[in-house]
Design a protein around this ligand. Sequence first.
Ligand SMILES: NC(=O)c1ccc[n+]([C@@H]2O[C@H](COP(=O)([O-])OP(=O)(O)OC[C@H]3O[C@@H](n4cnc5c(N)ncnc54)[C@H](OP(=O)(O)O)[C@@H]3O)[C@@H](O)[C@H]2O)c1
Length: 308
Amino acid sequence: MKYINIVNGPQNVSTVIQGCMRMPALTKEQAAKVITTAHECGVNFYDHATCYGDGEAETRFSQAFALTGIKREDIYIQSKCGLCFDRNEFDWTKENIIKSVEGSLKRLGTDYLDTLLLHRPDVLFDPQEVAQAFDELERAGKVRWFGVSNVVPMQLELLKKYVTQPLVINQLQLSLEQSQLIDQALYMNNKTTDLSVNRDGSALDYCRLNDITIQAWSPLQYGMFGGSFIDSPDFPELNKALEEIAQRENAAKAAVAVAWILRHPAKMQAIIGSMDPVHIKETCHAADIELSHHDWYALYLAAGKFLP
Ligand SMILES: NC(=O)c1ccc[n+]([C@@H]2O[C@H](COP(=O)([O-])OP(=O)(O)OC[C@H]3O[C@@H](n4cnc5c(N)ncnc54)[C@H](OP(=O)(O)O)[C@@H]3O)[C@@H](O)[C@H]2O)c1
């Protein structure tokens, strides 16, 4: 495993994060195996959200964590708030942010979140209210560091005008197949392809310029949640290219796909979502694979892109 320091944020965090979105499907014993397997591979960072299984992911994690013998202070626990699917709305009001964190703490059985992210923009958000909520949570010792997820640079600027804590993380979708974060700058001003469309206000470069660590979610998925491209017959070229490097590195294809994200000089973290201990072990190996400059391009092109 490799570790990075998040500027103004948590230090010595694993570059691979274990995502817990799919944990509600497990028993507490199975979930304990997921937590321990990841931890044995060097993972010290676990990602949650209040909406995962409508709170069930956090509850299962807490029940399972008690079985592992791992100390709370040896891991980072992150949760996200703001997606209220039960009410069919996104909500960044002060009341909802505070209520969500209190719910997460209760379900997770912990006194504090290491990091809290605003999950997806509430288009009606008032940055002053967000600032008040963050101040209250910080003062009460309930949250150590703050960040966002799926947020464009101008909204980050708006938040930064009022929020006094540094916003240290932006969790964004990125995989070999869902590479919009990277595509738009490469194809800039090219009328012949949709790959040139700037869909996120240049979030990648903004985050690099402002020392915001990107956490790449769904590193193996195609589409929004289409499924994994690993071994999928719909991605023959990509699987062939992954396999070639996997054989050379004595690694699994999933590890090579995650290594492709970690190879980017933005020094991102990748959030894996597998609930299968064998897959987790294989995929965590990503942190130890050193892809070359050429490998990176070869995989990108095999995922269906081209050089303009
Ligand atoms: N901020 C956001 O908006 C947002 C959105 C979505 C997700 N997330 C976060 O990102 C995390 C990861 O998302 P994800 O679960 O979609 O990530 P992922 O790692 O891209 O996908 C995991 C899925 O791929 C499957 N898979 C198939 N073949 C695999 C292989 N060879 N190796 C490993 N996995 C394989 C896994 O099945 P098995 O379990 O059988 O291995 C699992 O169902 C979530 O847990 C959550 O924390 C954040």
